[in-house]
Design a binder for this molecule. Structure first.
Ligand code: ADP
Ligand code: ADP
Length: 226
């Protein structure tokens, strides 16, 4: 699903965020992306989402070589990727339903499909009864679940998350991680950036661990599969 081959990324001003990074995330796997603040996690996710382009090396997502893809094909890449953010980025001027519906409206789905899919997504995150509420009226954990429903409503084969539990207490964080596991169990490829080592320590998933933009090996892990 995702292949990084010798990928480096330098930002303007010369800061090198990623250094010759190679890894392979097979379809259907779930992995955690770890490393201290500044290690390059967000940069790695942005390359996958085509919010940034690599300075050198190849990024291949869902059989598309992103470095060679013209800008007009960026929306096609993004349609295959659901993204969950730390601060969920919900819109407070509309209901939970309308927040989750947004990607479908943008993709041009009809009224009936939107209703059916939004309710299916809200059901999966346990918030079917909250569809008419304003997200402001929900707890932090519920808001993050709305963010997850919005990320999966389009049924993307790939789900990315950038510190999805950053603002939640340990119990709610575990619930959110369990939701990601449920999506992975139905075949979604999942990559979650987190520095919450205590949370993921007991979870049976491989890590992609970064330090200063390089891959480092982690206990119980065989990295750099390529
Ligand atoms: P995090 O620690 O969660 O990655 P940051 O505070 O480092 O968040 O970054 C927030 C945003 O600012 C990101 O979009 C990141 O790409 C951008 N950013 C980070 N460092 C710099 C920088 N030195 N110059 C410009 N933008 C930056
Ligand atoms: P992480 O997500 O692991 O905290 P980032 O990918 O946000 O790491 O950042 C990696 C490095 O790149 C940091 O040193 C950060 O300051 C720098 N950086 C990130 N975004 C930008 C940017 N837009 N411009 C310049 N430097 C950036």
């Amino acid at each position: 699903m995702i292949i990084f081959d010798q990928v480096s990324k330098s930002y303007e001003g010369g800061h090198q965020a990623l250094r010759e990074l190679s890894f392979h995330l097979p379809k259907g796997e779930m992995r955690f992306l770890t490393g201290h603040s500044g290690a390059g996690k967000s940069t790695l996710l942005k390359l996958i989402m085509m919010m940034e382009r690599p300075t050198s090396g190849q990024v291949i997502v869902n059989d598309r070589n992103l470095g060679k893809l013209p800008a007009r094909r960026v929306p096609e890449v993004r349609r295959d990727i659901g993204v969950v953010f730390q601060n969920h980025q919900l819109l407070f001027d509309r209901s939970v339903f309308d927040n989750v519906a947004l990607p479908l409206i943008i993709a041009g789905y009809g009224h009936r499909d939107v209703g059916r899919r939004v309710r299916a997504a809200l059901d999966k995150v346990g918030l079917l009864d909250k569809e008419r509420k304003n997200p402001m009226a929900l707890s932090g954990g519920e808001q993050q679940r709305v963010g997850i429903a919005r990320a999966v409503v389009n049924k993307p084969p790939l789900l990315l998350a950038d510190e999805p539990t950053g603002n939640l207490d340990p119990e709610l964080s575990a619930e959110i991680m369990h939701l990601f596991e449920q999506f992975n169990q139905v075949g979604v490829t999942v990559l979650i950036a987190t520095h919450d080592i205590s949370l993921i320590a007991r979870m049976p998933y491989r890590l992609i661990s970064l330090r200063e933009g390089r891959l480092i090996s982690a206990a119980g892990d065989n990295l750099g599969a390529r």
